[in-house]
Design a protein around this ligand. Structure first.
Ligand SMILES: [Zn+2]
Length: 62
């Protein structure tokens, strides 16, 4: 287990500094999921765009 993550959880902090992300090198991670904050933000953003596109297609009857 990541000790800094456990420390963050004990202190009630939502984010902690962990191992550098393999994708982007960012070291800030979410305490609950241990996922890279930058990649999560990017992923959420791209998901939103994809969902928006699917909704558009559904409305257009494609
Ligand atoms: Zn990342």
């Amino acid at each position: 287990m990541d000790t800094s993550r456990i420390e963050a959880a004990k202190r009630g902090i939502g984010k902690y500094i962990g191992k550098p992300c393999q994708v982007c090198g960012n070291t800030e991670r979410y305490t609950t999921s241990a996922s890279c904050t930058a990649c999560t933000r990017r992923h959420n953003h791209s998901s939103k765009l994809k969902i928006r596109e699917l909704l558009k297609q559904a409305r257009d009857g494609a």
